[in-house]
Design a protein around this ligand. Structure first.
Ligand SMILES: [Cu+2]
Length: 122
């Protein structure tokens, strides 16, 4: 039996709870692309600046969606199956620093297994 160990790097950053986030820094950076295939998001984890744009492109043959594991953490993120058809893109910027797990409701779980990904917003 073969075991695969995945090393995860821990990104530490300082962020005061009341610190005002300067969105202009992230907004000036180029968008980060996430490729959506059958059945994964690549790269599985991205680190972006607050205000920076993410572009998800569905290049798979099947339908997928993008659902936050904790939907209350962001008010306006994600796209449903009907809207995210093959060949379509979904763009979003996240203005609130934090770590967000998202998943496909068909091929992944809200615990981050299967078709799932992590967005770290600094
Ligand atoms: Cu899927």
């Amino acid at each position: 039996m073969r075991k695969i160990f995945i090393a995860m790097s821990l990104v530490l950053f300082a962020c005061g709870a009341d610190a005002k986030v300067d969105l202009s820094i992230g907004a000036a950076l180029p968008p980060v692309a996430i490729e959506v295939t059958d059945n994964e998001y690549t790269p599985r984890e991205v680190t972006i600046k607050a205000g920076q744009t993410l572009i998800f492109e569905n290049v798979g043959a099947n339908g997928h969606d993008i659902v936050l594991a904790e939907p209350d953490s962001l008010s306006d993120f994600g796209i449903d199956l009907e809207s995210f058809t093959k060949g379509s893109t979904y763009e979003a910027a996240i203005n609130k620093p934090g770590t967000y797990i998202y998943f496909c409701s068909i091929h992944g779980t809200k615990k981050g297994s299967g078709m799932a990904g992590t967005i770290v917003v600094e």
